[in-house]
Design a protein around this ligand. Sequence first.
Ligand code: IMP
Ligand code: MG
Length: 170
Amino acid sequence: MEEFKVLIDEQTLQNRIYELAKQIEKDYEGEDLTLVCILKGSTIFTVDLAKKMNKKLKLEFMQVSSYGKEKVSSGKINLKLDLPNSVQGENILIVEDIIDTGRTLSYLINHLKQKNPASIKICTLLDKPERREYDVKVDYVGFQIPDKFVIGYGLDDKEFYRNLPYIAEL
Ligand code: IMP
Ligand code: MG
């Protein structure tokens, strides 16, 4: 396979995810927690984050698409898979791979609010603050990165490269 320019290596990712896991554990001490993994980009991050948490929690999955096959957002969010179970009264933590314009996240927050959870917070592995168009409050951020298209560790280019154990620049 091709070699890519590594932006965040595997050990750095895992160390930071451990820190996030411990912070989340502490913040939700004595409370239940439902992690909502946003397919497909957040799968690998969600699994590693969940495994590092010494806590009773639920895992749920949703799928939305915004980018299509292009590197620029299409501007339209398509809900492909909704939560199958009720989350009424639950503490929801949305787990995202990357926040770019914030469009996907603002859609998700509005959508999930209608399900009457006890709380909604957001955890993202990557954040591109320069690109923000929608005002969303993010509670946990793994890494802030510059405005570059990245792949690996769940993130794809035309559905490929999600299995790289590191984040690379395309
Ligand atoms: P937003 O709605 O503009 O915030 O875009 C968020 C979504 O766009 C993410 O969940 C990713 O699927 C995708 N995305 C944004 N930036 C990148 C990138 O650099 N690489 C791969 N996917 C990206
Ligand atoms: Mg994507």
